[in-house]
Write a new protein. Structure first.
Length: 584
């Protein structure tokens, strides 16, 4: 028995008989399904068709983008069958398979799948575009399964498993190495890894050689996840392939190298994006480790109100960035979102009447209307050189990627004291510690006090998945111990992770910032001039209303944004600072 889709839609008065006849003619002429014909001819939308089928047949209508399908379920139906009949396996429980279909009236297809899988089929309804996207998403990612099959075939073809341990001074045939990187399995493997990482929203891909394993890990929402453990025979070809893509010297295996990959990726009909990857290669005792940092412009958040600032901290920050002169520093470890904060600030200030210039190592994202310079230390184009040149270009606002030496800081201070607004970053643990860092770089305290306007310390924590978070019952004493007041501890409702299909069973989805915004007030300038300690500076700042990193984290816990574990991982308690505040 074939499909009764057309007659059903006529009974539901979604289409009329004339429209059905023209659809049948189109179906025969173009060799497409009746559903595709009706949608293509404009007689019905995918949504209308799916809803009508759901009402008539009693099968639920689902949005496939909200489901995560496991590989063992995907493997039940071959990709050619899924594409031919517009079906998608969703879930298996014992002998029952839930299967999404555009046309659940097609009993021949149901019987075919039942015969192939030996499972009872439970149809659900999905739109054709939804099934197409799901097929491209899951069967597209089975390139990795294909690669694994290729790897297994090669491994089984060997007489035995041999782990090759590279000794110092081992010689390579460059011709053979280049040839190995051009073989289809290696190209497919590298492309699949990058495609999968981009689709999963990873920020970094790590290729890590060890004595007896070659591991691939992704950093997703700040946490590393092991994704693949490849045979050792693929170590050199894969690493060399990445180095070639990043225009590195594949013959050089003794020194660190940096490179860049620009990649255009596509999956499904509507998912296309262009990403840059910053690639770093460093020699380890078992070979070269490569880390590719994925710079996805779509992940760049330029709206200051969505970065995670508390309202009070954001008011101080916004007031500081419209100053005509001074230095604004953002501090935090690598990967804490400093670049995003700086880009958001200068994006807010970007106007036709402003001359904004940046020196970055490297430029991570192109911003229209802003003059961006790529630092190249090998030819003498460093931060200090760039800053000197900027001052001859009549700038209003300057951004320096990092203040890492005295010369750069000295020029930035002189620029700030002569009427320019300067943004930059420093690597310190908190806002107050930045003062000591500058002093240790031999900068005179009076110059620091006169030029600094604001210091922002920040961290990133993972956001709780809103669909599956659960309330966490904790004793008030435990909440007091992490920083809540006794009054707050009795009222705070904390949440914990659970895990669901929407968050890949991690309990987290996305990240948000914790911010410590310290304005350089007259009192803090006095402490700097008297060479006071960071603890004293922080105490005064908190007394003046500064929200510390831990306090920012406590607010996020109270608002149900993140977990206690995330805040404890990224911040330290302010107990000592609070005691000092009372004495300040």
């Amino acid at each position: 028995m074939g499909s009764n889709l057309g007659e059903l839609l006529v009974r539901e008065k979604v289409i009329n008989k004339d429209q059905l006849k023209t659809a049948f003619d189109y179906e025969k002429k173009n060799k497409v399904s009746i559903g595709s014909a009706l949608v293509t001819l404009g007689h019905v939308s995918e949504e209308e068709m799916a809803q009508a089928l759901s009402r008539q047949l009693g099968y639920p209508y689902i949005d496939l983008s909200q489901f995560e399908v496991y590989p063992d379920v995907i493997n039940l139906i071959p990709v050619d069958i899924a594409k031919k009949h517009m079906i998608m396996p969703i879930h298996r429980i014992r002998s029952f398979l839930t299967m999404a279909m555009v046309d659940p009236t097609d009993l021949d297809v149901i019987e075919n799948v039942r015969f192939r899988t030996s499972l009872s089929i439970q149809p659900v309804i999905a739109s054709e575009s939804g099934i197409n996207d799901a097929i491209n998403k899951y069967y597209g990612s089975t390139d990795s399964d294909r690669v694994k099959e290729i790897i297994d075939e090669i491994a089984h073809a060997d007489d035995g498993a041999v782990d090759v341990i590279e000794e110092e001074g081992e010689e390579y045939s460059m011709e053979e190495l280049v040839h190995s990187t051009e073989e289809a399995p290696v190209i497919t493997l590298v492309n699949t890894i990058f495609m999968d990482a981009i689709r999963k929203g990873a920020s970094d891909v790590h290729f890590e050689p060890y004595e007896r394993s070659f591991r691939v890990r992704y950093r997703i929402d700040g946490i590393l996840h092991e994704m693949m453990d490849l045979a050792m025979k693929f170590k050199n070809p894969v690493l060399s392939r990445v180095k070639i893509l990043a225009t590195m010297d594949i013959a050089e295996k003794r020194l660190p190298q940096d490179g860049r990959i620009k990649m255009r990726v596509k999956w499904g009909e509507n998912n296309r994006k262009e990403v840059d990857m910053r690639v770093s290669c460093i020699p380890t005792i078992f070979g070269e480790k490569i880390v590719s940092r994925i710079l996805d412009r779509e992940m760049l958040q330029l709206d200051l109100t969505k970065l995670g600032f508390e309202r009070e901290s954001l008011d101080v920050f916004e007031k500081a960035i419209v100053r005509p002169w001074g230095i604004i520093l953002v501090t935090g470890p690598t990967g804490s979102g400093k670049t995003n904060t700086l880009y958001s600030a200068i994006s807010n200030l970007n106007a036709k009447e402003k001359n904004i210039m940046t020196a970055e190592d490297p430029v991570e994202f192109y911003m229209p209307g802003i003059n961006q310079v790529n630092i190249k230390d090998e030819i003498g184009l460093n931060f200090a050189t760039s800053l000197r040149s900027f001052l001859r270009q009549d700038p209003d606002i300057m951004l320096v990627g990092e203040m890492r030496d005295y010369e750069t800081v000295d020029i930035a201070i002189k620029a700030a004291l002569t009427g320019h607004l300067v943004f930059s970053t420093v690597h310190t643990n908190d806002a107050a510690g930045t003062i000591m860092r500058l002093v240790n770089m031999d900068v005179e305290p009076f110059l620091i006090a006169d030029s600094l306007a604001l210091i922002v310390a920040q961290r990133l924590v993972r956001r709780l998945c809103k669909k599956c978070r659960e309330e966490q019952k904790l004793a008030p004493e435990a909440l007091v111990d992490i920083g809540f007041s006794p009054e707050e501890a009795g009222k705070v409702k904390a949440f914990k992770t659970k895990g669901c299909s929407a968050c890949n069973d991690t309990g987290y989805k996305g990240r948000t910032g914790l911010f410590e915004v310290m304005e350089i007030t007259d009192r803090i300038r006095e402490i700097i001039l008297s060479k006071g300690q960071p603890r004293e500076i922080k105490a005064v700042a908190i007394k003046n209303g500064m929200i510390s990193l831990r306090q920012s984290g406590l607010t996020k816990i109270k608002d149900g944004v993140t977990t206690i574990e995330e805040v404890l991982r990224e911040t330290v308690k302010d107990a000592e600072t609070k005691n000092d505040t009372n004495n300040a």
